[in-house]
Every structure is written in structure tokens, then in C-alpha cells.
Ligand binder design. Structure first.
Ligand code: FES
Length: 134
């Protein structure tokens, strides 16, 4: 399992996501079914599946972040970027995700692999400006 995760991480680092052909190649190399590879990828928040978006924005929607204002941030992000959760375009996709392991610094989000903590509405707007999303 460790080698499979390292293999997938290398692809993720190189391309920013894992494509269907990457899954088929991993399936051959590790002698696992594509479904098993897919299941592994889906189990880890850090892996993105074949999105073509440049920036993958993941906002934690687990209970602690949610109770600290995460729900409002998701709505604000949708409004600022004029999109809905899960809808992707070439520039970005917003996803809600489960706990990112930084609950004490919540609400949190990642943009690609970069972590942003202690978010509030003003901070979210500034990050989106800095990232040239708005
Ligand atoms: S609940 Fe959001 S990081 Fe844990």
C-alpha cells in the first residue's frame, strides 16, 4: 500500500490530478483492479481525480470547521467565484471535503496543496484575490 500511495503522490505532484489512464497504469503495475486503485484514491483527500482545473479549492465541511463558520465560507466562495460546489472549469473547482486534520485552526481550506487556516470572510476574499481567482 505504501508504494502505491507514493506512486500516486508522484503523479499528483507532477500533474495536479490523477487521470483515468493513470489508474489503469497503476492497476497494471500493482496488479490490483482499477476499482481497487479508484477506491484507494477516493479514500485520501489529498488526491484529485482527473480534474483539468488549475486550482482545486477544498473547503473543510466537517463538524468542527462547519460550526466555526465553514458553511458560510462555502456559500461565500460559491458567490465570489460564481459557481457551485463540484462544478469545475479550466481555472478552478470548489469542493467541500472532510476533516483535513487541522481542526484547531478551523475553518480551513486548501488550494492545491497549500493550506489556509483560521478563515473568515475577509481572509477568504483576500486569498482569492492573491490567487487571482477574483
Ligand atoms: S473539522 Fe475541519 S480540519 Fe478538522
Amino acid at each position: 500500500m505504501k508504494f502505491l500511495l507514493e506512486y500516486l503522490q508522484k503523479i499528483q505532484n507532477k500533474n495536479g490530478f490523477i487521470s483515468e489512464s493513470d489508474i489503469l497504469e497503476a492497476s497494471k503495475q500493482f496488479q490490483l483492479s482499477p476499482a481497487e486503485i479508484f477506491e484507494t484514491i477516493s479514500s485520501y483527500e489529498k488526491f484529485n481525480l482527473w480534474t483539468t482545473s488549475e486550482k482545486v479549492i477544498k473547503i473543510c465541511d466537517s463538524p468542527i470547521c462547519h460550526s466555526k463558520g465553514g458553511e458560510n465560507l462555502i456559500k461565500l466562495a460559491e458567490k465570489l467565484l460564481n459557481t457551485k460546489i463540484g462544478t469545475y472549469n479550466k481555472k478552478f473547482i470548489i469542493e467541500s471535503c472532510q476533516c483535513l486534520g487541522e481542526c484547531d485552526k478551523g475553518p480551513v481550506m486548501t488550494i492545491n496543496d497549500e493550506l489556509f487556516t483560521n478563515l473568515n470572510e475577509e481572509k477568504l476574499k483576500q486569498i482569492f484575490k492573491d490567487q487571482k481567482l477574483i
